[in-house]
Design a binder for this molecule. Sequence first.
Ligand SMILES: NC(=O)C1=CN([C@@H]2O[C@H](COP(=O)(O)OP(=O)(O)OC[C@H]3O[C@@H](n4cnc5c(N)ncnc54)[C@H](O)[C@@H]3O)[C@@H](O)[C@H]2O)C=CC1
Ligand SMILES: O=C([O-])CC(=O)C(=O)O
Length: 308
Amino acid sequence: MKVTVVGAGAVGASCAEYIAIKNFASEVVLLDIKEGYAEGKAMDLMQTASLNGFDTRIVGSTNDYSKTAGSDICVITSGIPRKPGMTREELIGINAGIVKTVSSNLVKHSPKTIIIVVSNPMDTMTYLVHKTTDLPKSRIIGMGGALDSARFKYRLAEALEAPISDVDGMVIGGHSDTGMVPLTRLATRNSVPVTEFISQERLDQVMEDTKVGGATLTKLLGTSAWYAPGAAVSGLVQAIACDQKKIYPCSVLLEGEYGLNDLCIGVPVILGRNGIEKIVELDLNDAEKEHMNKSAEGVSKTNALLEL
Ligand SMILES: NC(=O)C1=CN([C@@H]2O[C@H](COP(=O)(O)OP(=O)(O)OC[C@H]3O[C@@H](n4cnc5c(N)ncnc54)[C@H](O)[C@@H]3O)[C@@H](O)[C@H]2O)C=CC1
Ligand SMILES: O=C([O-])CC(=O)C(=O)O
């Protein structure tokens, strides 16, 4: 199993580290445009191998895509992150050009690959990859919902004063400060609806804290987060590589599912060796449907800014 991660910055390196530590891939290629940067990160990470007990070979490359040839999975993290006070959507001007060039280079060297898009604004960048490559829709996956759901569970556990392992929940919709749809109605503590334990008011607070999860960290760090994003990507990569058939909310091209068309947005999917093996259609209530439709409107508005 060969995995390429483009962008050896904060998220790319974290992602490579988690993939290596989980020890399911034979090779991870880290590629960056900055001279020597990916080679340096790869060497530093390889020097953790004997300490952390993994056999994955991590290779660095300065923009040489021949090293990525034959990758089963390619992750795109290249591009700029936001600064405090910015939205993810403001990154489109610079990141669209980067994602377009990078995805084209990746597909040239690995025509059968599965691409996981991380660069922001992620739903729109995922749509861009659809529009500009020939890959089938099952092989283009945007990562956002897995991270947002992990943040939702963190906030739920905090509100419930419960261990995170006791809590389950999912966030669908767009990966933006206003577009996320945390499914509070379906969240559980060890199979019991969380509404049995906390008030609707507290749950509404959990929902709001979840939606601004990325912005909260960006304010604290001065740039956006990387540990949980890297871990979330590694979860998707592992589900595909190990054919786990796990359900994750991912940004995928919708063609009528959820009553939506011609956009990529977060919905639950089953991930296996073929990428997206099934889109799971949940029976949303009216409020959730309305929230999802508003979210889709926001994503489509950003998509309209793409020069296709
Ligand atoms: N979808 C999600 O849930 C998340 C998305 N992100 C996004 O991921 C992206 C990366 O964030 P960070 O790693 O924090 O940024 P960073 O600045 O630490 O790293 C980005 C790297 O991309 C490289 N790069 C730029 N243009 C390139 C090109 N054409 N080819 C190859 N490499 C290139 C840069 O040299 C840099 O090393 C941002 O757009 C950020 O908003 C971040 C966290 C979560
Ligand atoms: O907040 C950001 O800009 C980065 C990101 O997508 C996240 O951490 O959720």
